[in-house]
Design a protein around this ligand. Structure first.
Ligand code: MBD
Ligand code: FE
Length: 281
């Protein structure tokens, strides 16, 4: 497999759509709130249409593209890349703990729990530079939290996430695990440094990006969910100082507080400490 391989949009997108559909979601939004949001959305869309004098041909291309995104199973991909960061920012403004970032389309719950100090599940010949990623989970008063849950998932060095691998046969929980902090709130994980990541772009999401002359890259990133009893769950991502695309993420999901700067540690292996602070629920 080459290092420039990219999962196909159809393969990974359909897997993401199927997983999302399998877990039917609801919410209790009132009709008043629904009316307010829907009216504002349409009014703002209308303003854009008038401002740019959107043509009938452009409208028909949009209609066709929307149909294609659905048929290609790419709504989880497109929405999480282009819209989720607004939702995340808007929802996390009022909290004081560690910054959140978007979940993206490739989270899977219930990854195996490996305790407080362990190596991520990976293949014997897993490619990539080793990374020791460790730290403490604390409350707002600075007290370590025992038994906090740290879920970590990330792509391999070819850009594939297990369970969204286009049928390549990557082991089910490869580079996905849950850790539980020790009595002092500490965790220590050995993994590999992920590479910059191209979102699948051979389908309608790729057409969309090409249409405005954009690029499909995300900086290398670790995905995390961190929580503890009585604490707010944070979903976030961590990036790497100086890494390509850190300043130009297609998904607009980088925040300066979320950038790691690993340095060679004791055995010459890159190490980085990152502490998480959780708000109360
Ligand atoms: C990813 O890995 C990701 O993190 C996002 C946000 C979108 C597509 C793929
Ligand atoms: Fe990702």
């Amino acid at each position: 497999m080459s290092t420039t391989a990219v999962p196909t949009a159809a393969g990974s997108g359909n897997a993401a759509t199927d997983k999302f559909k399998g877990n039917r979601v609801t919410c209790d939004t009132s009709t008043e709130r629904a009316a307010a949001i829907y009216k504002d959305v349409l009014a703002k869309l209308g303003e854009v249409i008038f401002e740019h004098e959107v043509t009938y041909d452009e409208y028909r291309v949009l209609k066709q593209w929307l149909i294609d995104v659905g048929e290609g199973g790419e709504w989880p991909l497109w929405l999480d890349v282009f819209l989720e960061h607004f939702i995340e920012d808007s929802n996390s403004r009022i909290f004081n703990g560690t910054m959140g970032s978007i979940e993206g389309p490739y989270y899977v719950p219930d990854a195996p729990n490996l305790g407080s100090k362990a190596k991520m599940p990976m293949r014997e010949d897993e490619k990539g530079t080793a990374l020791i990623f460790k730290g403490q989970v604390r409350d707002l008063d600075g007290k370590g939290i025992e038994g906090a849950s740290v879920e970590l998932w990330h792509a391999d060095s070819d850009g594939y996430y297990s369970q969204f691998d286009d049928g390549l046969g990557i082991p089910e929980w490869n580079l996905r695990a849950t850790f539980s902090t020790d009595a002092d709130g500490n965790y220590e994980i050995e993994t590999i440094q992920p590479a910059p990541y191209q979102i699948p772009h051979d389908g309608p999401t790729g057409e969309f990006i090409a249409s405005y002359g954009g690029h499909p890259w995300r900086p290398a990133h670790l995905h995390l969910k961190v929580t503890a009893p009585g604490k707010r769950l944070i979903t976030t991502q961590l990036y790497f100082q100086g890494g390509q695309w850190v300043d130009d993420d297609v998904a607009g999901a980088v925040k300066p507080e979320l950038i790691l700067d690993p340095k060679p540690g004791a055995e010459g292996i890159d190490e980085v400490v990152y502490d998480f602070v959780l708000d109360p629920v």
